[in-house]
Design a protein around this ligand. Structure first.
Ligand code: ADE
Length: 249
């Protein structure tokens, strides 16, 4: 059974697409899924599109139609943990849908669940953290042209494991960032898809992991910082981390 890999944006998926040995292309639900081999393993790769519904839809197709046995969601995120810098990589051990607030439920709890988060897979989380560290220590300097690192001040990025929060909002206000940090335990970063794909994986009983490189500080500068990072750098980080993870599975 294949490994499923999703990214939300072309700037995140670009180099994974180049590396994929494509044997088939199938459009389902308006999305093109590439099947074939990625870093020596049977895989299905797709662009989910942005947001929770897009992510859930793509994840469902990957699991139900393509029979993916594992789901890796990779891309960028806005940093919430103040120790994180642009280029650092976050691996999820749990994820939260930060825009869920249903009547009669705990804040962030999706009705029908008994906790306001989705657990990741411990083995995948550990392997992904090791994989990202390996990419940083062994490969990054030789693989990512300096002109794609220097503008962002990236020298020695680090890996953090923790909670990733997803919502249908681009977070660009310090106030909101602070509120999320106060309300979500061990929150490292925010993005717009991971916890929706996680819910689908939990429902299908398929292990998943979210890998996110910090592109901005989820603050008033984020729109500009994010665009620049997506254009110039994101693709190198998603490829490096996903490659090393797939090779270790
Ligand atoms: N993805 C990257 N940066 C983000 C931000 N600030 N908010 C939501 N998703 C993001």
């Amino acid at each position: 059974m294949p490994i499923g890999v999703l990214c939300a944006m072309t700037g995140e998926i670009a180099l994974l697409r180049e590396d994929m040995e494509v044997t088939g292309r199938e459009t389902v639900g308006g999305r093109e899924f590439l099947t074939g081999r990625l870093y020596g393993r049977e895989a299905v790769l797709a662009l989910s599109g942005i947001g929770k519904v897009a992510a859930a839809c793509a994840a469902t197709i990957l699991l139900d139609h393509f029979g993916a046995e594992t789901l890796i969601f990779s891309g960028t995120a806005g940093g919430v943990d103040p120790t994180l810098r642009t280029g650092d990589l976050v691996v999820s051990d749990r994820s939260v849908q930060h825009d869920v607030d249903a009547i009669g439920e705990a804040l962030f709890q999706v009705p029908g669940y008994d906790q306001p988060w989705f657990d990741g897979d411990q083995r995948l989380t550990a392997l992904a953290a090791e994989a990202a560290a390996r990419f940083f220590e062994r490969d990054m300097a030789g693989e990512v042209p300096t002109e794609h690192l220097a503008p962002f001040g990236i020298t020695r990025p680090r890996v953090a494991v923790g909670t990733i929060a997803s919502g249908d909002q681009f977070i660009s206000e310090r106030e909101k960032n602070r509120w999320l940090s106060e309300h979500i335990g061990n929150l490292r970063c925010v993005e717009m898809e991971g916890a929706a794909a996680a819910q689908v994986c939990v429902e299908f009983g398929v292990p998943h992991v979210i890998l996110r490189v910090i592109s901005d500080g989820a603050n008033e500068e984020s729109a500009v910082d994010f665009e620049a990072f997506i254009d110039q750098a994101a693709r190198y980080f998603t490829r490096g981390a996903v490659r090393e993870l797939i090779k270790s599975l």
